[in-house]
Design a protein around this ligand. Structure first.
Ligand SMILES: O=C[C@H](O)COP(=O)(O)O
Length: 301
């Protein structure tokens, strides 16, 4: 399906730039786009110094991502984020803190972020995280399989991970910043989807280059073609390095223009971000009051 598929980098860059700069979102609609971005955030902490306390605070933010006065001023009902994303040993803390909220717990696994662990240990890590209460598993692929064009090895690996997930959703992180070419990104996207990925995700947040719009465009075109050929709807998760409300809007425009409104819902679209919510909250405050609040009023997320 992907053999011989060329990807034109400058065309992808031009299309991504024109989509997101030409189509500005009307001011009145901006707040709605920003609130929708919150619904799609996988609120993330993936640090070596994560603790139960930090995860519990993050979960509190996930349950109520916006200050009450913003919720009231915008006349919103209940707004929560799309999921909370943590390391495996933090899953029990997140599962406990989110019980009864309907907010899924996502766990990275498979030797995140490099993935250079024996396969049976990576599969065991998945099973362990699911057992601890993870609803979604963000796996990393073996980049070497892509660099050596060993597509059957990549397929087998992701298919085994899909099976290990059981009822949990699998998000396949391609680590696009490591994959050298857009052609590789396209091929890896297709193989991950063929092997059963529920989402394809750009990055771990730890590569030198993380989510970019041109790479996202290549992945969502692969996703669109795959959907048209198979009838199978796969989700998309850009992740890593996205910090601003402006980026939250740019990616949503890309999704809407390329895939349609269904891909603006959390079942098919997520932002992987540890620090984008703060700026979104700031911009919503500005939308309501015409000024920015002192930064201490918004807890960092
Ligand atoms: O999957 C999510 C990413 O790890 C978050 O990356 P970030 O800390 O750059 O937002």
């Amino acid at each position: 399906m992907f053999e011989g598929h060329g990807v034109n980098r400058s065309a992808a860059e031009r299309r991504a730039a024109s989509l997101t700069t030409r189509r500005s979102v009307k001011k009145a609609h901006q707040a709605a786009w920003l609130v929708n971005a919150i619904r799609c955030i996988d609120l993330t902490t993936l640090s070596g110094d994560d603790t139960e306390g930090r995860v519990r605070r993050l979960c509190a933010k996930a349950r109520q991502p916006l200050a009450q006065h913003i919720v009231e001023a915008l006349g919103l009902g209940v707004v929560t984020v799309g999921a909370v994303c943590v390391y495996p040993t933090m899953v029990p803390h997140a599962a406990r803190a989110l019980r009864g909220t309907g907010i899924p717990v996502a766990s990275v696994a498979t030797g995140f972020p490099a993935g250079l662990m024996p396969l049976h240990l990576r599969l065991e890590e998945i099973r362990w995280a699911v057992d601890q209460g993870a609803d979604e598993i963000d796996i990393v692929i073996t980049r070497e399989h892509v660099m050596t064009q060993n597509w059957s090895a990549l397929y087998d690996e992701v298919a085994a991970m899909r099976e290990a997930c059981g009822p949990a959703h699998l998000k396949a992180i391609l680590a696009t910043g490591d994959l050298s070419t857009l052609r590789n990104v396209h091929a890896a996207s297709v193989v991950a989807m063929q092997a059963g990925a529920d989402f394809i995700k750009t990055s771990t947040g730890k590569e030198g280059v993380n989510a970019t719009l041109p790479v996202s465009l290549v992945m969502i075109r692969a996703l669109r073609d795959y959907g048209e050929a198979t009838g199978h709807r796969v989700g998309f998760k850009p992740a890593g390095g996205m910090k601003s409300a402006k980026e939250a809007i740019a990616w949503q425009i890309l999704m809407k223009e390329e895939l349609g409104r269904d891909w603006l819902e959390p079942d098919l679209f997520r932002f992987g971000a540890s620090s984008m919510l703060g700026d979104i909250e700031r911009q919503l405050e500005h939308h309501i009051t015409g000024r920015y609040a002192a930064s201490h009023r918004h807890s960092p997320a």
